[in-house]
Design a protein around this ligand. Structure first.
Ligand code: ARG
Length: 581
């Protein structure tokens, strides 16, 4: 049990005695430490329902509250109950956490399966900074869920079957430079794609030829299929390199093409069950008039009034669409993997797509918890969508390269002793970590402004600051003659800075489960920052190696627990820590 759960259970006992029937109420971490560590508005809520005086009720609850060896309680304002944890309770909690591999984190996800659908770039199109967000947020959510005990399936639903292949096939036959393809396949495919794109704008006949190539591919033409397969292979190899650099792993890569065979039957089933109907030769899912129009994803309000807003699942020419594939994918994940939850980490522009998908799935009888974990855009310094000087979207590879280069410069300045291979490795860890932390410390829904200098600063809310904090803690242990064994140490918390550090260490297990309530890794990012700051204050106020026993060992044990918690927190954000920097 975390301290918060412990308080909630003791409060529940007091409430039950007070009211003579089972009653529970929530406890939250206090926003302002001057009032205590935790608080509850139970008295206010319950007094309102019972029309009694909240302060008097709070007193009555406190009279029944047994907080022995845990906390003290008092009443504040209109009837808040504030709890202050006893230093001795924090100390024994620290002794427990030191021996706990899970650092006090409960296994809230045990027995449940979650599919995390993230990254999912489109083959033969450049992976742009927008894909950074999905990859970094999705990977962090997968790591957190895994640590909370969920069975996590990370699935990269790559776009390997879209209309872009019409263009690629046409370009393959007209513009391909074989030597360039051998050298840097992804770059060459992107170049070809752009060239065809430009050609279609100049000559509409080119667009027609692209469409013809796509139809041939979809009909199973052997030549086009072979070219397509080659494109997929080289693209995957390129992507794998990026994921390796980012330390991101997938359990599956079931792209759109994987579901091709299932699409015709799916559309027939939708027609039979009356979920979809024909309209002008196409097949679409329309409103079933169950939801109020304002909430109905199949209705849209235009100048003329409310209009149907169907999702097409088969075109008049027989082709299938993104939504058809996503329906088949959803079914597969439920049937094959017994998914309880599916989280789609995809940008805000696809909101309607997912509302329609989830509603159609429900009408199809598919049950589960389906979430669109949406996010805003990354903006350049000018607050417009980030573009390169020539006006194109910035590629992910360029961003990572530049991050590592800049990190190398910062490190060279800070610690010129680091050289060669070691310096290069540290630059990699720091540069990539900086990009990830800049992303994850944001509220995912806000558009954020990308700033190199802010992201790589050694002071401030950055990954390098956190990584440096970890290095600083580890350097204490390097000064010891013998390895330090923290397990079994008695913890003393006499100084305010020690107590505050312990308070934060105890909260790790309380913060983590809340992140998944609303998919906010930024709560974890804030937590590790607070923890690092608390450690620095502690380290400034309290001598460690120069302290007398038993304080010295107690403080060393706190250092050890801080470094483990910081490292684990950063790991869950996908950020590694170097040994030195
Ligand atoms: N390939 C899509 C894109 O880049 C994202 C796919 C997201 N996942 C899904 N199941 N629709 O826009």
């Amino acid at each position: 049990m975390t301290l918060l759960q412990e308080l909630e259970s003791r409060l529940a006992a007091a409430l039950t005695t007070t009211f003579g029937e089972p009653t529970t109420a929530a406890v939250t971490a206090a926003a302002d430490l001057r009032f205590g560590d935790y608080q509850s508005n139970a008295a206010m809520v319950l007094a309102k329902a019972r029309k009694t005086n909240p302060r008097a009720l709070a007193q009555e609850i406190i009279d029944h509250l047994d907080l022995t060896n845990l906390a003290t309680a008092d009443i504040a304002g209109p009837g808040f109950i504030n709890f202050r944890i006893l230093p001795a309770a924090y100390a024994s909690r620290m002794e427990r956490l030191i021996r706990d591999e899970r650092l006090g984190v409960p296994a809230t996800g045990a027995g449940k399966t979650v599919v995390v659908d993230f990254s999912a770039p489109n083959v033969a199109k450049p992976m742009h900074v927008g894909h950074i967000r999905s990859t970094i947020i999705g990977d962090s959510l997968a790591r957190i869920a895994r640590f909370l005990g969920f069975r996590v399936i990370a699935d990269n639903h790559i776009g390997d079957w879209g209309t872009q292949f019409g263009m690629i096939l046409y370009g393959w036959n007209h513009f391909l430079d074989q030597a360039a393809l051998a050298q840097d396949p992804i770059a060459e495919l992107v170049r070809v794609y752009r060239e065809v794109n430009a050609a279609t704008k100049e000559d509409p006949a080119v667009l027609e030829q692209c469409k013809a190539e796509l139809v041939k591919l979809q009909a199973g033409d052997a030549t086009n299929l072979a070219i397509w397969q080659q494109c997929i292979d080289v693209s995957k190899r390129g992507l794998e390199k990026i994921y390796a650099q980012l330390d991101v792993k997938f359990d599956h890569w079931l792209g759109e093409s994987y579901y091709n065979d299932r699409l015709p039957g799916l559309v027939e089933e939708f027609l039979e069950k009356g979920i979809a109907r024909e309209s002008l030769g196409a097949v679409g899912v329309f409103s079933n008039d169950v939801l109020p129009k304002e909430q109905d994803p199949f209705m849209v309000h235009r100048e003329e009034g409310w209009m149907a807003n169907p999702v097409i699942i088969r075109k008049a020419d027989g082709g299938f669409l993104y939504a058809t594939t996503d329906l088949a994918t959803l079914q597969y994940r439920l049937d094959e993997w017994q998914a309880d939850h599916i989280w789609y980490v995809v940008g805000v522009p696809q909101q309607l797509h997912f509302r329609q998908l989830f509603d159609a799935a429900k009408r199809w009888g598919k049950t589960g918890d389906f979430q669109h974990v949406e996010f805003g855009s990354i903006l350049g310094d000018d607050r417009k969508l980030m573009k390169t000087r020539s006006g194109e979207n910035v590629g992910l590879i360029e961003v990572l390269e530049e991050a590592v280069e800049r990190a190398a410069r910062v490190i060279a300045e800070k610690n010129p002793d680091l050289q060669g291979e070691e310096a290069a490795q540290i630059a990699e860890i720091v540069g990539i970590g900086a990009v990830k932390f800049a992303e994850l410390s944001q509220n995912r829904l806000t558009d954020y402004v990308f700033s190199w200098d802010r992201m790589l600063a050694l002071q401030g809310d950055t990954a390098p600051y956190l990584q440096y904090s970890h290095v600083r803690i580890r350097s204490i242990f390097r000064k010891l003659d013998a390895p330090f064994e923290a397990a079994g140490m008695t913890i003393h918390l006499d100084e305010a800075a020690e107590l505050h550090l312990a308070r934060l260490l105890a909260r790790f297990g309380e913060v983590l489960p809340t992140i998944l309530e609303d998919f906010r890794p930024n709560l974890l990012a804030n937590y590790v920052l607070e923890l690092a700051r608390a450690f620095h204050s502690f380290f400034e106020a309290c001598p460690v190696l120069k302290a007398e026993e038993p304080i010295r060992s107690s403080r060393l044990a706190l250092c050890e627990l801080s470094s483990r918690t910081l490292k684990q927190g950063l790991f869950l954000l996908g950020i590694q820590v170097p040994e030195r920097m």
